[in-house]
Design a protein around this ligand. Structure first.
Ligand SMILES: [Fe+2]
Ligand SMILES: [Fe+2]
Length: 285
């Protein structure tokens, strides 16, 4: 039996409103378990400000395992339109080589799929949009991998709604999922909705597993700050959502995706209470 590959899937740290207790805990877990890779699926910052990126850089540089980062909608300059159009990822300059980075570890490849665009023909630009070029880039990278390589796609927005309180409403998500189903990817990792999930999505070309990580910021929705721990033993991909109260079981429901997207939470509407889940993992030392 091979040694399992372990990947820590983090998302939505939102430096600016980051949860430092949660980040200290995650860093200690990374140091203790030394995963083969850390995948961060976007929204590193709150408003793409320089001091937020500096804090992100400092924290990411403290991790000494391979890291790949997907940009999120919060990481594009929001108020400076020329930068948003001409250099949407310009603020990542200090660690640009980690962004949209393909990582290969022991038969598993993490392949990026960009779900952000600089502008959209709809009012809410925070939602996901997969351009033809972004999809082609992702598929070309998958198709170029050595045969037998298993693929985890990293994206910021879930490609379809996952029944969470927050929504992604990703345009062209269904088309992307179908193309990924044809390639039999192991799963699509995403963030954005600030709650963890793990569901199978049916497409005309077969099922695709969609795995979402929660947030490590104070902007929680229905569940506490958390990250996902993925292990692959060559046959089974095991996903657990971990938070400081314990390992979530309730938040990792495998169920059908509802037909209708849930409406986004209104400004000022109270956040649902945090579920307290019995601790089942070893206490942090
Ligand atoms: Fe976010
Ligand atoms: Fe987001």
């Amino acid at each position: 039996m091979r040694d399992p590959v372990t990947i820590f899937h983090l998302s939505d740290i939102h430096f600016g409103i980051e949860d430092n207790d949660a980040l200290d805990w995650v860093k200690a877990e990374i140091d203790r378990h030394r995963p083969d890779a850390v995948a961060i699926t976007g929204d590193l910052t709150l408003r793409a400000r320089r001091h937020e990126f500096s804090a992100a850089e400092k924290w990411i540089n403290s991790i000494d395992v391979p890291v790949t980062i997907e940009p999120g909608n919060h990481d594009l300059p929001g108020y400076h339109l020329p930068s948003r159009y001409l250099r949407p990822l310009g603020r990542f300059e200090a660690f640009r080589e980690l962004v949209e980075r393909r990582l290969e570890v022991d038969g598993i490849a993490l392949v990026p799929l960009n779900t952000n665009v600089s502008a959209q023909p709809r009012l809410n630009w925070s939602k996901g949009w997969i351009t033809l070029r972004a999809l082609q880039d992702c598929l070309a990278q998958i198709d170029a991998l050595p045969s037998g390589t298993r693929v985890l796609v990293t994206a910021h927005h879930p490609l379809r709604e996952a029944g969470t309180h927050g929504t992604a409403l990703t345009r062209n998500g269904a088309k992307a999922l179908e193309a990924l189903a044809r390639r039999k990817v192991l799963g699509v990792l995403s963030g954005h909705v600030h709650d963890a999930f793990d569901i199978m999505e049916e497409t005309p070309s077969g099922p695709v597993r969609m795995i979402g990580a929660g947030t490590l910021s104070h902007r929680i929705r229905s569940t506490p700050a958390s990250f996902n721990e993925l292990t692959w033993d060559g046959e089974t991909l095991c996903v657990i959502a971990r938070n400081m109260e314990g390992v979530s079981t309730h938040d990792m429901m495998v169920e059908e995706v509802p037909e209708d997207a849930l409406p986004p939470r209104e400004e000022g509407e109270p956040v649902a209470p945090v579920r307290h889940i019995p601790r089942t993992d070893p206490p942090v030392e």
